[in-house]
Design a protein around this ligand. Structure first.
Ligand SMILES: *Cc1c(COP(=O)(O)O)cnc(C)c1O
Length: 443
């Protein structure tokens, strides 16, 4: 594939010259000219194994024929530009699909947006308006988006440039590996908040990541989220589950919240739903989602192209058995990464569900002290040089995040493990310098 040189310099240089820093995370000099299957093609033509799905959306890899066909059909005869002005078949049918796919009693409605951020914004605003309550609960380390609403209830340390919304209660998310707070500690803290500074009748909703993704791929201790849900239910607090990162088959279940036995009032989808096109959804009870006309309008939301992609994604998940595949290939990936622990003492813990695998890097396995972010950045950078793409997450920037396309094959998983093995060895042997990664320590 040929990139059209509309300006002087490599894509990497041009990116630095014109794209706002506030809009990008860069973990390596990788610049793309294409993608096919589970591989990305960089400027110059080299093909790299994708172990990140570009932070999640590419669950069916790149250029999947069923998505190309669906989008091409929708594009060739545009039924308007979005749901705001007219109904269109793709959007209405996708809403019907999503209602069939998600548990929940009673009359429910679907809202479409373009991103996980706008969907969480919508959920926040509509729940506040419909319940007449204005306080929210979320977790330290959580990431719900980058718009004013979704950012205001996010507890990720990289988001502290913007103040949380007034009245927000941020709870620790119990991390079984670094047990600063146990599940019981957090439940006691919540009870104490309810009894003192945060009367529960003031709380509209709690935002829950059923597996904390950007906070460090943290799997909650069994029963913790269910206990949180029980406490919230008692007080009429809506349970909003953010499935944006780990939903739609990635966790080895169609919905990640199923692992926890949750029964959410509202469910938020994004990333994977569009298979790479901008698409998000909120599903919730009619009495909330129908709160008032013209309440959460976006002109091109529910457009026939993005929703065609959404329908194709759901079809691919079913046709290609991606739930089972996430379990099976995720098991291979996690097992291979755990085996690397025998050779590399930097591997503290490997955790996750399905094809959401986190590798917690430590300086010392006994104290479990996180490696400096520069070390994580070096592993990512070296893996890029060796031909694999993934990023890091975590409140300390020390967790390798492996969230590949769910179409990843067992052989590709093994290839990824071998590259990470080599990368860990090369970094510990000093092959990557501080200067190499200085521009790539992003958050
Ligand atoms: C990425 C993410 C979001 C935000 O989605 P965008 O599409 O980037 O706006 C929200 N919640 C979670 C859990 C995410 O991982």
């Amino acid at each position: 594939m040929q990139s059209r040189k509309s300006s002087i310099g490599s894509l990497h240089e041009r990116d630095a010259r014109v794209i706002a820093n506030i809009a990008r995370l860069r973990f390596s000099p990788l610049c793309l000219v294409g993608g096919r299957g589970n591989h990305l093609i960089e400027e110059g033509g080299r093909s790299l194994l994708d172990l990140s799905a570009s932070f999640g959306p590419a669950i069916a890899g790149y250029s999947h024929p069923a998505i190309i066909a669906a989008v091409t059909r929708a594009c060739a005869s545009m039924a308007g530009t979005g749901l705001l002005s007219h109904p269109n078949e793709n959007a209405v049918a996708l809403a019907e699909d999503l209602l069939r796919l998600t548990p929940g009693g009673g009359d429910r409605r679907v809202w479409f947006g373009h991103s996980g951020s706008d969907a969480n914004d919508c959920a926040l605003r509509v729940v506040q308006a419909a319940t007449g309550r204005s306080r929210f609960i979320s977790f330290i380390g959580s990431y719900h988006g980058n718009l004013s609403g979704s950012m205001s209830i996010s507890g990720h340390p990289a988001m502290t440039h913007t103040l949380p919304r007034a009245g927000l209660v941020l709870l620790p998310y119990p991390d079984p590996y670094r047990c600063a707070f146990s599940a019981d500690d957090v439940l006691r803290l919540l009870d104490f908040q309810f009894a003192t500074s945060c009367p529960p009748h003031q709380v509209a909703a709690i935002f829950i990541e059923p597996l904390m993704a950007d906070g460090g791929l943290i799997v909650p201790p069994p029963g913790f989220l269910l206990a949180i849900q029980q406490r919230c239910r008692r007080h009429g607090i809506q349970v909003i589950v953010d499935e944006v990162k780990v939903g739609l088959a990635r966790s080895g279940a169609i919905h990640c919240f199923q692992h926890e036995g949750l029964e959410p009032d509202l469910i938020v989808f994004g990333k994977a739903l569009g298979g790479g096109l901008p698409l998000s959804a909120v599903i919730g009870p009619k009495h909330i989602m129908d709160h008032a006309p013209a309440f959460a309008l976006q002109t091109t939301a529910g457009n026939p192209i993005a929703t065609a992609a959404g329908r194709a994604v759901l079809q691919i998940i079913a046709d290609e058995g991606l739930v089972e595949r996430a379990n099976r290939v995720g098991g291979i990936l996690a097992k291979g990464m755990r085996a690397l622990g025998a050779k590399h003492s930097i591997v503290g813990e490997v955790r996750g569900r399905g094809l959401a695998v986190g590798v917690d890097l430590v300086t010392d396995r006994v104290t479990r002290e996180a490696v400096p972010v520069m070390t994580t950045a070096k592993v990512i950078y070296r893996a890029y040089q060796l031909g694999a793409v993934f990023f890091y997450v975590g409140m300390r920037g020390n967790v390798l995040e492996l969230t590949p396309p769910l179409t990843l094959s067992a052989a590709e998983a093994e290839e990824g493990i071998a590259i990470i093995d080599q990368s860990l060895a090369d970094v510990s042997n000093g092959l990557v310098s501080d200067a190499d990664v200085a521009p790539f320590m992003m958050w």
